[in-house]
Design a protein around this ligand. Structure first.
Ligand SMILES: [Zn+2]
Ligand SMILES: [Zn+2]
Ligand SMILES: [Zn+2]
Length: 133
């Protein structure tokens, strides 16, 4: 299966969260501020949909819930959606081309999903612009 690289922005201030200067798996990483267990740092996520590779400047313990913040407007990225698997809050990231991706905030939980207002239009775009979602 081809991998889809996501291009995301802050759902609040709409600024890009991509860091083209620090790549993970050859793609620009998603750069966010992270807080967990009273510690603060930076976290970078792989932009490939479904890939969980990340680099964090603080230790993240398996099972802990992390808080992610926009590095531009400093708002916490948190939604009312909770994870179906573990009950932790889901973290929303806005896609540049419309729609959102939600990630579970619990370290080690791999639950995530995409959400679109108009799913058929989004799928058409996905097929037309494969790999450049
Ligand atoms: Zn990756
Ligand atoms: Zn922001
Ligand atoms: Zn979860």
């Amino acid at each position: 299966m081809e991998k889809i690289a996501l291009n995301v922005k802050c759902p609040y201030c709409k600024k890009s969260l991509m860091d083209p200067y620090h790549r993970i798996h050859e793609k620009p990483s998603i750069l966010l501020d992270v807080e967990s267990g009273g510690k603060k740092g930076k976290i970078r996520l792989c932009s490939y949909y479904g890939c969980y590779t990340h680099e964090s400047t603080i230790d993240l313990k398996e099972g802990e819930i992390i808080h992610l913040f926009c590095p531009h407007c400093h708002k916490e990225l948190i939604s009312k959606n909770v994870c179906e698997e573990c009950g932790a809050p889901m973290i929303p990231l806005a896609l540049q081309r419309g729609g959102r991706i939600y990630l579970c905030s619990r370290v080690g939980c791999k639950k995530h999903f995409l959400s679109f207002e108009n799913i058929s239009e989004a799928l058409t775009r996905l097929y037309n612009e494969y790999g450049n979602f």
